[in-house]
Write a protein that binds this ligand. Structure first.
Ligand code: NAD
Length: 338
């Protein structure tokens, strides 16, 4: 029997999670919700059963000629689990509905950690989500940092991690936000919240983060320095990262000179140019004294999608390795196709 998954909130993350669920052989999308009858709702209705996120908007959908299958409550009655992909902090409001209807739910990184019993990253703490009712998939930046730090921590003795996060100002579709010609420390007072968020998954990591907003929409970039508490060669680090499908090692020699080139690569090979992996520059991996340096790029719209799929399976008790392998295969993560 396939797990019946509802998606509440069909924006940047929701549409990607819905498509990823549809690719799994052990899950099906029972429906998605939209708030407004716009072009995205029309496309959603062609692909999935469409429900009203807000029942008071029923007439608007009727007027626009977009057929819906019912209300959010009616959708949830058909589902085993809901993946909440509504905007920041709206998930916490929606949780009241999920509690009332006794349905399991996954929340996104825009919610506070208190929304769920566990904050989740598939590589780092999959088993902690087993059997839980409410799980929060951490944000794009936290997902990328956690994956990388977890791999290093599992293989080497590491000390303090320092990370500088260069954040894209908005997603490409957002025409109501921008930063035309400035670089904005965010926050100006240190540290940034990302370190605290990493600790919701890896509580014993000693980490400090700083963050800046940049006038770009396509990817974030992280520059990390990690104190190594044992002698390590850069080749040892490369060998560990090469083995992990959710890390994509790229080289400037191969033409990957910036985030623009990474996205151009993905435009050739991936739907919506989605990059589910941490993209690590091979040349950036360097050891200086006791410090390891690494630079990675993060496709903010896509990186949390495999984590949502694994979180669904974790909640239903599926074994970690089995879930991650299925997710990787279905989303073609780690395919060496260049
Ligand atoms: P989005 O604005 O693209 O999509 C949110 C969707 O939810 C929109 O279609 C909106 O109309 C709908 N919505 C509004 N109110 C709703 C309600 N009450 N019930 C159901 N749906 C409602 O936002 P997004 O970028 O997809 O972000 C969703 C979540 O994922 C946030 O928590 C965000 O922090 C997190 N996240 C976003 C990114 C990113 O880069 N975009 C990356 C990782 C995590």
């Amino acid at each position: 029997m396939k797990l019946k998954v509802a998606i509440n909130g069909y924006g940047t993350i929701g549409k990607r999670v819905a498509d990823a669920v549809a690719l799994q052989d052990d899950m099906e999308v029972v429906g998605v919700t939209k708030t407004k009858p716009d072009f995205e709702a029309r496309i959603a209705a062609k692909k999935f059963d469409l429900y009203l996120a807000k029942k008071e908007n029923s007439e608007l959908f009727q007027k626009a000629g977009i057929e819906t299958c019912g209300t959010l409550e009616e959708l949830l009655a058909k589902a085993d689990i809901v993946v909440d992909c509504s905007p920041d902090k709206v998930g916490a409001e929606n949780k009241k509905i999920y509690e009332k209807l006794s349905i399991k739910a996954i929340f996104q990184g825009g919610e506070k950690k208190e929304v769920a019993e566990v904050s989740f990253n598939a590589l780092a703490n999959y088993d902690q989500a087993k059997g839980k009712r409410f799980v929060r998939v951490v944000s794009c930046n936290t997902t990328a940092l956690t994956r990388l730090i977890y791999l290093l921590k599992m293989n080497f003795k590491i000390g303090r991690v320092r990370a500088t996060i260069l954040r894209r100002i908005s997603d490409p579709k957002e025409d109501n936000k921008g930063l035309m010609n400035a670089i904005m420390p965010d926050p100006i007072a240190l540290p940034s919240h990302h370190a605290k968020d990493v600790k919701t998954v890896l509580p014993d990591v000693d980490i400090v983060t700083t963050a800046f907003k940049l006038p770009t929409t396509i990817m974030h970039v992280h520059s990390l320095s990690i104190e190594m508490k044992e002698k390590v060669k850069k080749e040892d680090v490369i060998a560990i990262l090469e083995k992990e499908p959710r890390i994509m090692l790229v080289s400037a020699e191969d033409g990957f000179t910036s985030t623009a080139k990474i996205v151009e690569f993905a435009r050739e090979l991936r739907m919506r140019y989605d990059i589910f992996e941490n993209v690590v520059w091979l040349e950036s991996i360097a050891i200086d004294g006791n410090d390891l340096f690494v630079t990675q790029a993060v496709h903010q719209e896509a990186i949390v999608v495999p984590e949502n799929i694994d979180a669904i399976r974790a909640i239903f008790g599926v074994e970690k390795r089995l879930s991650i392998e299925k997710t990787n295969r279905s989303l073609r993560i780690g395919e060496k196709n260049f």
